[in-house]
Design a protein around this ligand. Structure first.
Ligand code: C2O
Ligand code: CU
Ligand code: CU
Length: 466
């Protein structure tokens, strides 16, 4: 039932396979002293000691039909029992793994107390199964999502998208990872099994019973506790190995400035829409809501705990705890060319979108029944996103991936994690960003700010690909 051929190989077989030119950036090495007390701050309640083993959500292959139930259940946050909205009782929901060229059939049942939808963020699928607010379904109803997986390998994720209730449902626990695999990625023999770890990172507020609570306003929602894969104060016991971390910022509003506590670099091999052409060494990433990262982190030399930290809040998100007397797991570095990305070029027209305040795009609040514009399929357009007050605005487009080509104002440059195929890009203060986009599917799609409170307050529009 394993959808990833390399997973069928033993760890040793996997790493015995032939080596090619290397890209791994060594970040192991003895972690620098002084991390007995991981950084704290940000006024948060996140404990400074990492007490709980990192929860790894169950993996669901989409080879056969799947079911998924959204409802309120008890959860374990690590050490503490609590309650949240969950998919199949898991927080985050199960990690789906699908292969390019197949159809993922997932029947979602709504056991919540209000309507919901599931949007498969990053999957380019027909309107009817895109989980838009138009297709919300009621309590005790089900919706059949037959998702044709046409795109390349990459990390997507799923979350609710009902009209004006997305932020609350996500904050209360509804999100999960969705991994697409393909032959191109298989051939790279990237770390797999125990060495490929999803990191669904978010913040949360908990009440005395450890129930996730939500009190967002249009200005946003900032929780006082970090959760990685739904675990409070997590640690991961690691072998001396190269790890592949599949990271998603699943927070409603909070940006994470991710780094390793010793400042070492990580090897960035992919972003929202899959692999980059070549790996890039990064020592810090400002990850906006809904953005994803594919990172190789070399822990072969690790002898003392290392921490994944958020430099903005000062939180220590995850402890990487070396196994005592661990043996070093061999690693076959992937080739320097990971993939090929053909640059989009020669846009046939340009459009500009201003993201105004906390509630509007181009001066208008979202109206489910308004189609703001039509755009032809199969041609390249240049879209410019302009921040107009109340940053940050992570801008997301449904129905296609785009390529980020320029940023003016503010930071005035592009970053390594904005390379490759993207579906979400961050606007900070006074920034405008140009992207090139081409739609291959026709239908109605959405563009919106992925600060979910802005989205729910109206910073969203519909457009029609014709
Ligand atoms: Cu992840 Cu329209 O959203
Ligand atoms: Cu989306
Ligand atoms: Cu916004």
């Amino acid at each position: 039932m394993n959808t990833h051929p390399t997973c069928e190989l033993g760890r040793r077989d996997l790493f015995r396979l032939s080596a090619v030119a290397g890209i791994a950036v060594t970040v192991g090495g003895p972690a620098t002293a002084g991390f007995a007390a991981p950084p704290t701050g940000g006024g948060g309640a996140t404990p400074t000691a990492h007490l709980n083993p990192l929860h790894i959500p169950p993996v669901l292959s989409t080879q056969g039909p799947s079911t998924l139930t959204a409802g309120r259940t008890k959860i374990n946050l690590g050490g503490k029992d609590g309650s949240a909205l969950t998919y199949d009782g898991h927080f985050p929901g199960p990690t789906f793994v699908a292969r390019t060229g197949t159809t993922a059939s997932i029947r979602v049942t709504n056991s919540l107390t209000e309507e919901t939808t599931v949007h498969w963020h990053g999957l380019v699928v027909p309107t009817a199964v895109d989980g838009q607010p138009h297709d919300a379904f009621g309590v005790n109803q089900s919706f059949q999502y037959d998702l044709p997986i046409r795109q390349r390998a990459g990390l997507s994720f799923y979350h609710p998208h009902p009209h004006r209730a997305t932020a609350k449902q996500v904050a209360l626990g509804l999100q999960g990872a969705f991994i697409v695999r393909d032959a191109e990625e298989d051939a790279l023999l990237l770390p797999s099994g125990d060495y490929e770890v999803p990191l669904v990172i978010r913040d949360a507020n908990l009440d005395k019973m450890n129930t996730l609570t939500y009190n967002g306003r249009a200005s946003g929602f900032l929780g006082n506790t970090a959760l990685v894969n739904g675990t409070l104060a997590p640690y991961l016991v690691v072998d001396r190995a190269v790890y592949r971390f599949r990271v998603v910022n699943a927070a409603n509003s909070r940006l994470f400035r991710l780094a390793l506590s010793n400042g070492a670099s990580m090897s960035l091999i992919g972003t929202d829409g899959g692999l980059l052409p070549t790996a890039v060494a990064v020592s810090e990433v400002l990850l906006a809501n809904a953005e994803r990262l594919d990172l190789l982190v070399d822990l072969r030399g690790l002898t003392a705990p290392l921490f994944v930290v958020d430099r903005d809040s000062g939180w220590s998100l995850l402890e990487l705890r070396p196994k005592p007397a661990a043996v070093t797991v061999p690693f076959t570095p992937p080739p320097s060319q990971l993939s090929v990305i053909t640059p989009l070029r020669d846009p046939v027209r340009s459009r500009t979108f201003t993201f105004d305040g906390m509630t509007k795009v181009n001066g208008l609040e979202y109206d489910m029944n308004r189609i703001s514009f039509e755009t032809p399929s199969g041609v390249v357009e240049k879209w410019t996103f302009v921040g107009n007050g109340n940053p940050p605005h992570p801008i997301h487009v449904h129905g296609a991936s785009f390529q980020v080509v320029a940023r003016r104002g503010g930071r005035n440059r592009l970053f390594a994690w904005e390379g490759g195929w993207k579906d979400t890009v961050l606007l900070l203060d006074k920034e405008s960003v140009d992207v090139l986009v081409r739609f291959d599917l026709k239908g109605r799609y959405l563009m919106h700010c992925h600060k979910l409170e802005h989205e729910d307050a109206g910073m969203m529009l519909n457009f029609q690909v014709v």
